[in-house]
Design a protein around this ligand. Structure first.
Ligand SMILES: [Zn+2]
Length: 269
């Protein structure tokens, strides 16, 4: 990934997507915003105890940095589920300026409508951006451990294929900053679910002990994308741990639950 500063806001960008002039994408960092501690400072979520005015201000900063209207940003009420929603023109701007208008119970958003920016909010969960340059379809996924075990990445590729006629081997996917295998400790009941989902825990769980082990969400999502038909060379993984980089990103575990949310989004211009 590369880091680019635009006004006061720093955005992280994936090399694999930069060559496509017809799209914009971003992972926001936490700096350059208006929110006070513990949401300092570019908290982009209205679903926190942060001052809504500060969040709106922060979203305005983001839209200016991206040079897109604030109402392009379209968000969902994320529930760690496996539901994927296709964004039609009428859903543009849902959740852009408040929480209550965000799309209900959804963790992945897909669209082929130019000017709609499907966006997810994060503090440790895995953001996955997807683009099919041939059919011009974009998508974004929010995958924590529950969504990952619910195979939400794989389900999103299915939507690209079934609803938009995408060929999985043409889709580019980018796995963004999120809690790494260095920090994401899980208990035995999760390890059992991982074994059931992937047929093995080898490579997915490290440093196993009496207390559990460390789950590699990056590998789990990459594996699902490959199972869904993506080419390994079309998957870029940031391999940046949010809990290790709380100066750049919000981390739920790294900050014991008291923190803001950064965002990931992608749109066709
Ligand atoms: Zn870490």
């Amino acid at each position: 990934m590369i880091k680019k500063k635009s006004n006061s806001v720093s955005l992280w960008l994936f090399e694999s997507l930069l060559g496509y002039g017809e799209i914009k994408h971003f992972i926001s960092s936490r700096t350059g915003g208006s929110s006070c501690r513990p949401w300092d400072s570019l908290n982009l979520s209205f679903n926190t105890l942060d001052d809504a005015k500060a969040v709106l201000d922060n979203r305005q900063h983001l839209s200016e940095a991206l040079q897109i209207p604030l109402t392009s940003i379209t968000t969902a009420k994320q529930v760690h589920g496996r539901h994927v929603r296709i964004l039609s023109r009428s859903l543009k701007g849902r959740g852009a300026c408040d929480y209550h208008s965000a799309i209900n119970s959804t963790d992945a958003l897909v669209t082929d409508v130019p000017g709609i920016c499907p966006t997810v909010l994060l503090a440790d969960c895995v953001p996955i951006l997807m683009y099919d340059p041939s059919k011009r379809v974009v998508g974004v996924v929010h995958a924590g451990w529950k969504g990952t075990l619910g195979t939400i990445s794989q389900k999103t590729v299915e939507i690209f294929r079934k609803d938009f006629g995408s060929m999985p081997e043409e889709i580019i996917a980018c796995i963004g900053p999120s809690i790494g295998p260095c920090c994401f400790q899980v208990g035995h009941e999760v390890i059992t679910q991982i074994e059931n989902a992937f047929g093995t825990k080898e490579g997915y769980i490290t440093k196993e002990s009496q207390n559990g082990g460390y789950f590699n969400l990056w590998k789990a999502n990459q594996e699902q994308l490959i199972r869904a038909g993506l080419r390994e060379r079309n998957i870029e993984s940031a391999r940046i741990c949010t809990a290790h980089n709380t100066d750049q990103f919000f981390s739920h575990r790294g900050e014991k639950g008291k923190t803001g949310r950064f965002a990931a989004g992608i749109l066709i211009c």
